[in-house]
Write a protein that binds this ligand. Structure first.
Ligand code: GLU
Length: 486
């Protein structure tokens, strides 16, 4: 059997959306699983849709995802160039070969003429299909007109009768009546190929064995297969992948603000969590197993596990994966990753990041939620006095005032301000006064954090704040509570 060669063939139209990332991932896995070759090809023949910088973004995103390609524009390879506009010279000769064999023909119809005929068809209640008008031009005359510089396109000559079809690994045999197919443009007036032509030529010339792409190409693939037949080439194995949906009614789309891969990274999702999650959007290992590294995915991947029905992107599930991946990070790695997010909220403080990181790691779902969770350590938030009232902790406004008045001198006397010393001093004082922990520690934590839920308890927070700031906050709380209790 020949070596498996797969390709990811994005058009440089912007960010890598999650459906694209998933196609890239499956394409990569298919190659790696079979010790094959994974190729990146840039499909930029639709220059109007090209977004500046998008090609570089594709390189960066694939690298960030860990999907290293063996051949591609920026890594080279024996089948280059890997950018379609740089392959321009390859397409026209192939199209002319089809013109010679009668499988294609030049078309000189102008936009206006086509539009007129389209409108006439609509008026008759028909959908417009190119009417093969220029197929009737004698070959010599057509050649002359082409040579004279008259603008033309080259169209595929789809048979009027019979069937066109292909076998899809996932969807089985797909067949359509040729009569329903249009004579697609293969070469545009600017000399560049359309996707419809370029994909076939390039997949063949690059020795692609498996074509993986979205189901939006399912209906055009019979026409592509006709081109393979016209050239006498063996078609590749086709694997069309179902779309990724936002919900039951609509596709995941950047237009509606759904995040791209780059967005997710910027939000603080871990690449490994994204990949793991994406892999399971439309593929199942056939077991309950949920966690896979990229290498483990290579090991487990099998096209038999691909699902035909559209996959639904579930943000909560992704957040869950991310939380689990963050939990499993080495503490040093977590600290490294969380540092810029701490900085966002805490720059200018002397905060013990290492200790804060220990308290935060198990509570971090997505990194961009971190600044809001730790900001109280720099700026005391405004808060409602209701926070002091907690039945379970036997805490009320009055008891809180009493507890904080009791705590203040204890805190003032703590030296050095180390967590273990703070812990011991507070616990000893509570025990000596025969008080209970809850009614003391609850109001203390509220007084110095101003929020119900915090990373760590009163002691950890007091330590992180430092002595001065802790005392300042406790004194301010006493004053507020005293005013309220009057
Ligand atoms: N350039 C196409 C796209 O970005 C890819 C189709 C294919 O993989 O053949 O949708």
């Amino acid at each position: 059997m020949s070596q498996v060669r797969t390709r990811f063939a994005p058009s440089p139209t912007g960010y890598l959306h999650l459906g694209g990332l998933r196609t890239a991932l499956y394409t990569y896995l298919l190659a790696r699983k079979n010790n094959g070759v994974f190729i990146l090809r840039i499909e930029d023949t639709d220059q109007e849709r090209e977004v500046p910088g998008a090609i570089q973004l594709i390189y960066d995103s694939l690298r960030a995802a860990g999907l290293t390609y063996d051949e591609g524009p920026d890594v080279g390879g024996d089948y280059g160039p890997y950018i379609q506009t740089q392959r321009k010279h390859l397409y026209l000769p192939h199209a002319m070969q089809l013109v010679e064999s009668g499988h294609a023909y030049p078309c000189f119809c102008t936009k206006e003429e086509l539009e007129q005929r389209r409108q006439a068809a609509v008026a008759r209640g028909e959908t417009f299909k190119y009417d093969k008008h220029c197929l009737g031009i004698p070959k010599d005359e057509a050649k002359q007109r082409m040579a004279s510089g008259e603008p033309y396109v080259i169209r595929q000559n789809v048979p009027l009768e019979g069937h066109a079809g292909f076998d899809d690994l996932l969807y089985g045999r797909i067949e359509v009546e040729c009569a329903t197919l249009d004579d697609n443009v293969l070469i545009k007036a600017d000399g560049l190929p359309t996707y419809n032509f370029a994909n076939v030529i390039d997949d063949h010339l690059m020795g692609i064995t498996h074509v993986t792409r979205g189901t939006e190409y399912l209906s055009s693939a019979p026409k592509y297969n006709l081109l393979y037949e016209a050239f006498g080439w063996t078609p590749p194995t086709y694997v069309h992948l179902p779309v990724v949906m936002k919900d039951a009614t609509r596709k995941l789309s950047k237009r509606y603000g759904d995040p791209s891969f780059e967005d997710l990274l910027a939000m603080g999702f871990l690449k490994d969590a994204i990949i793991n999650f994406i892999a399971l959007l439309g593929w199942s290992p056939g077991t309950d197993r949920e966690f896979f590294t990229l290498d483990e995915l290579v090991e487990a991947f099998d096209t038999k596990g691909l699902n035909k029905s559209p996959a639904i992107f579930n943000m909560e599930k992704l957040v869950w994966f991310n939380t689990e991946y963050i939990r499993k990070l080495e503490p040093e790695r977590y600290l490294e990753l969380v540092r810029p997010w701490f900085d966002q909220a805490l720059s200018g403080t002397q905060m013990d990041y290492e200790r804060l990181a220990q308290l935060m790691q198990g509570r971090t779902e997505v990194f961009n939620r971190v600044p809001d969770m730790v900001r109280f350590l720099k700026d005391m938030p405004e808060y409602e006095l209701d926070l002091y009232v907690n039945k379970k902790q036997k805490s009320s406004i009055e008891s809180s005032l009493d507890a904080l008045r009791f705590m203040l001198p204890v805190l003032e006397g703590i030296e050095p301000w180390q967590e273990s010393v703070i812990h011991e001093s507070i616990m000893e004082a509570i025990a000596a006064a025969e008080r209970k922990n809850g009614p003391v520690l609850w109001p203390l934590r509220i007084a110095i954090s101003g929020q119900l839920s915090t990373p760590g308890g009163a002691i950890e927070i007091a330590y992180l704040l430092g002595k001065q700031e802790t005392l300042r906050r406790v004194r301010a709380a006493i004053e507020r509570l005293a005013n309220a209790a009057q």
